[in-house]
Design a protein around this ligand. Structure first.
Ligand code: 2P0
Length: 359
């Protein structure tokens, strides 16, 4: 449109990411600054994504948000989404102040429509793709020129894990040192084209949305766990260095071992929280055992070990994500479905870096 009826809009999709070095703990809860750096793989948007459309118009009376078809209140000052919106409006305002002919979009109210193409209850964090999509869509609508790393800091104000969803491939969220968070941002470690044979199997153990929310869980861990301090000081820095090297070398064995150990340690510090937090259930534990059994198999003819060919990782819930290479998918899927038949409260899907889903 033109003139007083002008409308501006943008639509984007943003991907889900699955951490292999877990983010758990904040050093600043207001600015969402983490106690440690983390690292994740971004899954292909062809499979899992949030699609967000933003529109602004002088006709709109208030900022409004529709999430998966239902309107949600946009709470001024408290809401994390509102925080992202205000940050981006401010960046837009700088452009308008420098170029008086630019339309004053920063003064218009915004309507946001956001949808996940996966069930919110699937146990996959939708806040990462959700806030990444919100920030990217607004940045596009406002014609902002800032780079993805700058945008990642704004996505961070929505949700910690969203920091990593502004890039594809292998992404590190650098914890940073600045108390104001100027250096707490995402960087791309390797693009999605780097390791085309890598796959992620998502094993949905339970689609019930329950358990301790991440935000309160990590704050309880920071204030009560003694193991946590050891993890942050002595474990994570070394693991990060090693897993980045493993990714760059496409060294699956090292990548897998670090991934499994870091998932286990994250859940160990949850159990060390007082009162304890437990996210995994008996099926999750069964999957851990199965993957270690799979990794200890030997070649039936030569008796030579087949080596580490799969890695599990669990987030703030019982569902498993299993990283493997394409050549092992068939065997792995048949073993998992043998021991955990889909009817038995599990479902299985294969994804990964920019590769189309297998089934
Ligand atoms: C991660 N998780 O690195 C870790 C592993 C869950 C376990 O990031 O409070 O929803 O919004 O910053 O990002 C989940 O925490 O928490 C998470 P907030 P978020 O993926």
């Amino acid at each position: 449109g033109t003139g007083a009826s002008a409308e501006y809009e943008a639509t984007v999709t943003s991907p889900v990411n699955i951490a292999v070095i877990k983010y758990w703990g904040k050093r600043n809860t207001d600015l969402i600054l983490p106690t440690n750096s983390s690292l994740s793989c971004t899954l292909s948007q062809d499979d899992l994504h949030t699609k967000t459309t933003v529109r602004c118009s002088p006709k709109y009376k208030q900022d409004r948000l529709w999430l998966n078809g239902f309107e949600e209140p946009v709470v001024p000052t408290h809401g994390r989404g509102y925080r992202c919106l205000q940050e981006l409006r401010q960046l837009r305002k700088v452009i308008e102040d420098e170029n008086p002919t630019e339309p004053k979009l920063s003064e218009y109210k915004v309507h946001i429509v956001s949808e996940n193409n996966f069930p919110t209850a699937a146990g996959l964090a939708s806040s990462a793709s959700g806030y990444a999509a919100l920030v990217q869509a607004l940045a596009n609508m406002y014609n902002l020129t800032c780079d993805q790393t700058e945008l990642s800091k704004i996505a961070r104000l929505g949700s910690g894990s969203a920091t990593r969803s502004v890039f594809g491939g292998f992404v590190e969220w650098k914890a940073g040192e600045d108390p104001l968070g100027s250096d707490s941002c995402a960087v791309c470690v390797a693009p999605e084209t780097h390791w085309p044979s890598l796959r992620a199997l998502v094993l949905v153990v339970s689609d019930a949305k329950k358990g301790t929310p991440s935000t309160s869980g990590m704050s309880a861990t920071v204030s009560t766990s003694t193991l946590f301090e050891q993890r942050i000081k002595y474990v994570v820095p070394e693991r990060l260095k090693d897993i980045k090297e493993a990714i760059l070398n496409k060294d699956f064995k090292t990548f897998a071992e670090i991934t499994m150990r870091d998932s286990n340690q994250f859940h160990a510090v949850c159990l060390d929280t007082y009162p304890p937090i437990t996210y995994m259930n008996n099926i999750s534990i069964g999957i851990i055992r199965l993957i270690h059994m799979f990794n200890s198999q030997v070649d039936p003819e030569t008796n030579a070990p087949l080596g580490v060919r799969a890695a599990y990782t669990f987030d703030a819930g019982p569902n498993a994500v299993i990283y493997t290479e394409e050549s092992n998918i068939k065997e792995l899927v048949s073993i998992i479905t043998h021991f955990f038949p889909p009817s038995q409260a599990t479902s299985l899907k294969s994804y990964l870096p920019s590769a189309p889903s297998l089934f």
